[in-house]
Design a protein around this ligand. Sequence first.
Ligand SMILES: C[S@@+](CC[C@H](N)C(=O)[O-])C[C@H]1O[C@@H](n2cnc3c(N)ncnc32)[C@H](O)[C@@H]1O
Length: 183
Amino acid sequence: MKHEPTYVEIFLTRLAFFFCGGSVYRAFADRLPLGGHERVLDFGCGMGTVAYFVAKRLHRGHLTCLDVSERWLNACRKTLRSFWNVSFLRGEATHLTKESFDIVYCHFVLHDIPERELERIIPALSVSLKRGGLLVFREPLKETGKLGAIKRLMEGNGMSPSFSRVTDVPIMGNALESVYIKL
Ligand SMILES: C[S@@+](CC[C@H](N)C(=O)[O-])C[C@H]1O[C@@H](n2cnc3c(N)ncnc32)[C@H](O)[C@@H]1O
């Protein structure tokens, strides 16, 4: 199946998480505007690199980790086994319920998805957000074509740009970090 990683890929990601977790993933998780009580979606959670740090911040909230890959989701279950406030969902954004999240984030996910799939996914993510909720993403800056398509789809689906910045991510290079508000 095209979405399933090899075990070597999972092992290498665990190594990167172990050695660079703080500077890459925690830095992003710590910038999410969380009070601790929100309902949050990690879209394309992978092995839970960002989710691990977000779950720690949600003292009274809840995190849903969604991935299309069963192997990545199993790896994520392992990473987050000590948390009680997390649930796991395998599948597509189109499976999500209307207005169920305060914050949706995507970390290095959207740039890898073909534009015709983004045309289904971004509207579904927007629908899953409560009014006034936030969609935050971080994607490689060099993917200019894809970033343009993402911006167009966000703005065409009831999302208004609120904030953007470029961050230099260790190992991964420059990335665009953007926050959109659901109108
Ligand atoms: C590069 S990894 C990033 C994982 C994690 N967010 C991180 O930063 O470590 C991309 C992830 O997105 C998932 N993914 C790709 N297409 C997807 C889709 N259509 N729906 C849900 N997840 C998807 C992949 O299975 C993979 O786990």
